[in-house]
Write a protein that binds this ligand. Structure first.
Ligand SMILES: [Mg+2]
Length: 382
């Protein structure tokens, strides 16, 4: 079998799909994207296609190494996302060619179904309790929300109190009937992270995500020493070569690599194993589309330390399309009591509605995250 062609489709809300075709008619799908940089990743995919077209898709390990090492310069959000999407499509092809789900090729299931959580509250957390209650009625009991809005490096107790009041409101209204993680989203610097972690501890969040930006990872261990809240990060780390420094420094209880950003299934399996060796949990980042989620589930289903899976149904970014819109086999992604069962179809387990993608690609989305500024006019982290 030889790879013949790579085709990309832009689709609302902010996604990029990749179709990899072969001369034997087996087709694989990937989702190579950085939110807000879909065109940059698309260009990288097509630039990398010179290493892929004409090659045997079964040699995933060799193709991955070629894509990573062959161009001398490596790593980073754009290149590793391009590799991720190609890698996902190669696993999809292999599974379909052999007639088995990818998790069978990875040694088989360690669990029957995977626990997921839902986003509530949006960019500027609001209506949290009402949204949690609505989702509870659908069987969800685990959530994630943004912890703060703009936060200055040193900020007022009023900003801290406002953030804490929202979390306190959840426990006051819903008691222990819900679990939730709090995403600091890189908005909080080291000084305020110390304060917020202390103030939030009584409300027992499952985890705090990106307590500080990944580039300040050396602070994770120091912050972890001040709190019993498990700390999580990883969506802005792109390979095992970045995660090794983070694991060596310590402090994180949970790694959140993104299967569409960190080199795909091939790389994230290795990151998962590195985490397991440090007694660190896995919770792949996935505010993206169905191919990305399917790739995450393949890794979750074979990784003993996978504890939670993010998914984007109803997420505040999903304007114009939602998670299952481009899928034919929507029923395979049914969330029952917050769990998604092992996907039954060969390959990644997605049947893509290509006609709908072709239609979507005619009006490509132009999503970009908001640019926030502090009251003094300086750029704020979003
Ligand atoms: Mg996050």
């Amino acid at each position: 079998m030889k790879i013949t062609r790579l085709t990309t489709y832009h689709a609302a809300p902010r996604w990029l799909f990749l179709k990899v075709e072969t001369d034997e008619g087996v087709t694989g799908w990937g989702e190579p994207v950085i939110e807000g940089k879909a065109r940059s990743v698309e260009a990288a995919v097509h630039e990398l296609s010179q290493y892929v077209v004409g090659q045997d898709p079964a040699r995933i390990n060799d193709l991955w190494q070629t894509l990573y090492r062959g161009g001398f310069y490596r790593g980073g959000a754009i290149l590793m996302s391009a590799i991720a999407g190609i890698d996902q499509a190669l696993w999809d092809i292999k599974g379909k060619a052999l007639g088995v789900p990818v998790y069978q090729l990875l040694g088989g299931l360690v669990r029957d179904r995977m626990k997921t959580y839902r986003w509530v509250g949006g960019d500027r957390p609001a209506d949290i309790v009402a949204q949690m209650q609505a989702h509870q009625a659908l069987g969800y009991d685990t959530f994630k929300l943004n912890g703060t809005e703009e936060m200055r490096l040193i900020d007022s107790p009023r900003a801290v109190d406002a953030a804490v009041a929202k979390i306190a409101g959840i426990r006051a209204a819903l008691g222990d009937t819900v679990d939730f993680g709090i995403d600091f989203h890189g908005r909080v610097g080291v000084p305020m992270a110390r304060t917020l972690l202390r103030e939030l501890e009584p409300y027992r969040p499952l985890f705090v995500e990106e307590p500080v930006l990944a580039e300040h990872y050396e602070h994770y261990a120091r912050l972890a020493d001040t709190t019993s809240i498990p700390l999580a990060a990883g969506e802005r780390m792109y390979s095992r070569f970045e995660f090794k420094h983070v694991l060596a420094q310590g402090g994180l209880a949970m790694l959140q690599p993104d299967l569409s950003h960190a080199g795909g299934i091939t790389e994230c399996l290795k990151i998962a194993a590195m985490a397991e060796a440090h007694d660190v949990a896995l919770a792949p980042h996935c505010p993206l589309g169905p191919v990305a989620l399917a790739a995450c589930l393949q890794v979750d289903l074979v990784s003993h330390n996978a504890v939670l899976q993010e998914q984007s149904i109803g997420i505040h970014y999903n304007q114009g399309a939602d998670l299952l819109d481009y899928l034919i086999n929507k029923e395979d992604f049914a969330c029952v009591d917050g769990y998604i069962a092992a996907l039954p179809k060969p390959g990644l387990g997605v049947e893509i509605d290509e006609e709908r993608l072709i239609h979507a690609n005619r009006t490509p989305p132009d999503w970009a995250n908001p640019l926030w500024r502090h009251a003094d006019g300086s750029v704020a982290e979003w």
